[in-house]
Design a protein around this ligand. Sequence first.
Ligand SMILES: [Zn+2]
Length: 237
Amino acid sequence: MAGPVTPAPRGGPVVIQPLRRRHCARCRGGPLALLVVEGGAPRCLDCADLGHLVFLPRGDTALTRRSREESTLSAVVVRFNRRKGRYERQGVLVEETGLVRAEERCLADAEARRRRRARDARRRTVADVRFAEAFAAEVRRLFPGCPDDRAAAVASHASVRGSGRVGRSAAGRALSEGAVMAAVVASVRHVDTPYDALLMSGVARHEARRRISGDVETVLRRWRGGGTVVEGEEEAG
Ligand SMILES: [Zn+2]
């Protein structure tokens, strides 16, 4: 019933392309194209804090290697081959900025350029731009002290079509305060704390979250307070 044994983590989290229809044990989203197994239960990438990563299919060895080098956090994507009785590598999940840098290093590679154009086109649809603007406005309303470029980056991630990220679930639901909060917290975790490095070094997700929770709170408190630094505003603790 448990199915095949999940391969041991090696070089970051392992993400599985399930053979059967699976739903996230936490948010019930699905069926999932990609999932992480935690405590024997499937989780979607958002609930496993990997929702900001982009999928790079196997096939371009140089681009794969460079993308992982350029990403603080990356994951191997595998699928179980029933006939061979083993997991097979399907590609990797890497940071989009890491992928862009890797593509720049592979610029002679026409295939990489084609993929990049396709991704840019997806991102630039009018609906996505409108959605990202609304999302960014909501981020700034809730966090007046959040720098504009960060609000824009969070909103852009949230609006990438077809990624299964929080922003695309449904525009109305995605603009809820909870969803915007979740997107901001995820961004702070990945950008302003050593969370990704902890995951890559093999620290369990919940332990990593525990270690960085103070850092996250500090940033959120600063962003909630507005852009101005008031003398003596810092309280003890
Ligand atoms: Zn989930």
